[in-house]
Design a protein around this ligand. Structure first.
Ligand code: CO
Length: 292
């Protein structure tokens, strides 16, 4: 069960996320600066009265997730790009996480595969259903269109100021899994790929999250931890850290296991990955999708 006040905040976050993601996606066009889209979309979320739950992810083509603009990013969208935009905002810690894919080429069926998989899974959500059943529905919708689901990326439970708690929602059929209960909040996020169906880490990292509290004397590291504190311990972007010696600060904090890095995740070179994501709350007889 979830109290009305909590539900209202999840809902408010969801309404803002839906509106901002739609407007951000409309800005994605050939020749447009990635940094411009990222900064404008993040600013819109704040203008609407929400806080960011993580940096706006903009991941291209075989990159599935965890990319965002670098500081001073000079990249622009190219003809044919398949662009995943993943937005997370929160109201007082209650998170809405939603993503869509913008197709600057002709990959409509691949985009439809992740979107239909998401809708098929949402249609099953109700108390008593297992996450394994949701994963099976996702897998079936994607495979019947001739693509692969990304097996090592999953949907995730949402808790106050916590982006990746239980339950985990697989993108493939597994036996069992968690049983859904009324009042659970989570995001389902199918990824469909023309590649291998597994993502690996690139060397480039733009997004970090604090995982431990330890004292540090390095000024740049202290600045980074101050940013993390202001972000309520949620993930932040290298781009958000001001001042100099940012690289040294980040590397030191990762080495001392105070920060966890989230490297860009990619499928095989030359493949294409699509993504769709909504956040929902389980009700007595189904669910409310907060991010429509
Ligand atoms: Co998510």
């Amino acid at each position: 069960m979830m109290d009305d006040e909590t539900f209202a905040m999840y809902r408010e976050a969801g309404v803002i996320a839906a509106k901002v993601l739609r407007r951000g996606a409309e800005m994605v066009k050939e020749g447009v600066s990635i940094l411009e889209v990222v900064e404008a979309t993040e600013a819109m979320a704040v203008d609407e009265g929400a806080m960011l739950a993580f940096p706006l992810n903009v991941s291209l083509n075989e990159d599935a997730a965890h990319d965002t603009a670098t500081p001073g990013d000079e990249r622009t969208f190219s003809p044919g790009d398949l662009v995943k935009i993943d937005l997370g905002v929160h109201i007082d810690g209650y998170i809405a996480d939603t993503a869509r894919t913008v197709d600057l080429g002709s990959n409509g069926l691949l985009v439809e595969a992740s979107r239909s998989a998401l809708e098929a899974a949402i249609a099953l959500v109700r108390p008593g259903v297992t996450t394994g059943e949701l994963g099976a529905a996702v897998q079936q919708e994607i495979e019947q269109r001739g693509y692969r689901p990304v097996a090592n990326l999953t949907g995730h439970g949402l808790h106050r100021y916590d982006l990746h708690g239980p339950p985990t929602i697989p993108n493939i059929g597994i036996s069992g899994g968690a049983t859904l209960e009324e009042g659970m909040a989570f995001a389902i996020e199918p990824f469909a790929t023309t590649g291998s169906g597994r993502v690996s880490e690139r060397s480039r990292t733009e997004i970090y999250q604090q995982i431990a509290q330890k004292p540090t004397r390095l000024p740049s590291a202290r600045r980074i931890l101050e940013l993390s504190r202001k972000s309520h311990g949620l993930p932040f972007a290298r781009r958000w850290v001001g001042g100099d010696k940012v690289e040294i600060g980040l590397n030191t904090l990762v080495r001392s296991k105070i920060l966890h890095p989230f490297p860009v995740l990619h499928d095989v070179s030359g493949s294409l990955v699509s993504q769709a994501e909504h956040t929902m709350i389980v009700t007595e007889d189904g669910c409310v999708v907060t991010t429509r």
